[in-house]
Design a protein around this ligand. Structure first.
Ligand SMILES: [Zn+2]
Length: 127
């Protein structure tokens, strides 16, 4: 479905960064998860908006949603979820179940980091 790329730089507008952090804080101590909509280029991923996944449920340990309800959509380039414990590193489940090539994690209160499905950290630039 997706071409595997070794490395991306992820670009996210600053206002999106601020709004997703705000959303994560509002839902603290529950996790939030949103899909990343945007486009992939050769070595860059551009986040343009967020999509609330179907049947999203915040949980203390894991935000879940039903992937089967999602139509195939090439503009979904990954997902972003929060770690209320503040540690913005992917768990093995995050890498296993991550949707799309870009896995972004919010470490509350204000950090956002990005990883590929191998768990390698990607550069993130906020524009
Ligand atoms: Zn996680």
């Amino acid at each position: 479905m997706y071409q595997e790329k070794a490395e991306y730089t992820v670009y996210m507008p600053k206002d999106l960064k601020e709004s997703v952090i705000e959303y994560a804080k509002e839902n603290y101590p529950n996790e939030i998860i949103l899909l990343l909509k945007g486009r992939l280029e050769k070595e860059s991923a551009h986040v343009e908006s967020f999509v609330i996944p179907p049947m999203a449920k915040g949980g203390r340990t894991r935000a879940i949603f039903n992937m089967n309800l999602l139509p195939p959509d090439r503009s979904i380039i990954g997902s972003i979820h929060s770690h209320p414990n503040g540690i913005a590193l992917p768990s093995s489940d995050d890498l296993l179940y991550g949707l799309g090539p870009i896995i972004m994690i919010i470490g509350l209160p204000s950090e956002i980091r990005a990883f590929d499905k191998e768990g390698r950290e990607l550069n993130v630039k906020f524009l």
